[in-house]
Design a protein around this ligand. Structure first.
Ligand code: DP6
Length: 332
């Protein structure tokens, strides 16, 4: 099954390419997984081995605006700067757009504004692809449901399937080969008072992309066989924890899930280790603080930075211990 087959399924072989309005515009928030997506059952369609569950950062994300233009190529501006046509970002975006224009008959002027601290290891591709499909939907008047947009965003990047909503979002792994049962959904629960803190311990390019690292875990880590069981259990606990607002359960499960994901990477060959000395030092600081009675947990994605989880009531104490933290309120 190819990505283009999924497009046919979604549009029933009739892909509208006449713009419905002059400009397409959409914002999508980035998301942080509390139960991670790690490993694919189909790498062409980005179908995951397991489900996952995330929380959106409501004001951090990508605002994408699109207009047709007839220069014979797409022009992409990111935060006000035009990107070179041969940059990895442009190539990845153009390839994705080609799915919707098999004959390359139209081109776009694309303006993307991201307020995501990319250097701090927040996924920009999730918000990027989610806002791009939503802006295409707006420009061409496709009138697709969020579920369909989630499926399309997934074809760009797996975690983008969760970036169509704010709040808690669960992405279902599905079992079908065409991935039509593999989409995300918003969970009803809200949690005012839940906060995330972003602390940047190191900047710079990742040595290995998450795409490559997860494939290596699947292919070579003997610990990977335990991962689907761990996720199945964590998903049940997380759903319950956010429903009854048990913060220790939520934080502990998210932290343990992230550490298990990293364990599959470290046990891969060649090993993938995103931990830097600063990462480990910060983990110990979190564990020490927790031992002293402060309810603080962390999660970590495919990079050296930690994202702290805590409650609004503890905000001042968290500031004292991490003066450089950027605090994000997850619910109004
Ligand atoms: C560690 O969604 O970037 O952030 O589907 O290959 O584009 P591709 O991978 P991507 O992987 C995200 C991995 C993660 C965990 C998560 O967000 O669930």
């Amino acid at each position: 099954m190819k990505k283009s087959d999924v497009i046919q399924l979604i549009f029933h072989n009739k892909l509208p390419v006449e713009p419905a309005r002059e400009k397409g515009l959409a914002f999508a928030p980035t998301n942080i997984a509390l139960c991670k997506y790690w490993g694919k059952r189909d790498s062409e369609l980005n179908l995951p081995m397991t489900g996952s569950l995330s929380i959106a950062l409501p004001d951090k994300g990508a605002l994408t605006s699109l207009m047709l233009h007839d220069n014979g190529c797409d022009v992409i501006t990111l935060n006000g700067k035009e990107l070179p046509g041969d940059s990895a970002f442009v190539l990845r975006t153009t390839q994705f757009l080609d799915l919707f224009r098999p004959e390359r008959k139209w081109f776009l002027k694309i303006d993307i504004n991201m307020n995501i601290p990319v250097a701090a290891g927040l996924a920009s591709s999730a918000a990027g692809f989610a806002s791009l499909v939503s802006a295409l939907n707006d420009l061409f008047g496709w009138k697709l449901s969020r579920r369909e947009l989630s499926i399309l965003a997934r074809l760009g990047s797996g975690s983008a399937s969760r970036s169509l909503w704010t709040g808690f979002v669960e992405w279902h792994a599905g079992v079908q080969a065409d991935g039509m049962d593999c989409y995300a959904e918003q969970l009803k629960d809200e949690w005012p008072g839940l906060m995330i803190g972003i602390v940047s311990v190191a900047e710079g390019e990742k040595p290995v992309s998450s795409r490559e690292a997860m494939q290596r875990s699947v292919d070579t880590s003997t610990l990977y066989t335990a991962w689907p069981r761990k996720v199945a259990r964590d998903l049940v606990i997380l759903r319950q924890a956010l429903h009854v607002k048990n913060f220790s359960l939520l934080g502990g499960t998210a932290e343990s899930n992230a550490l298990n994901m990293h364990a599959t990477m470290i046990s891969s060959w060649p090993p993938v280790c995103y931990f830097l000395p600063e990462t480990i030092a910060m983990m110990h600081k979190v564990w020490d603080l927790r031992r002293s009675g402060l309810e603080i947990y962390f999660t970590q994605d495919a990079g050296p930075n930690l994202k702290l989880l805590f409650l609004e009531n503890d905000k001042d104490k968290i500031f004292e211990h991490f003066p450089q933290v950027e605090m994000i309120q997850l619910f109004e």
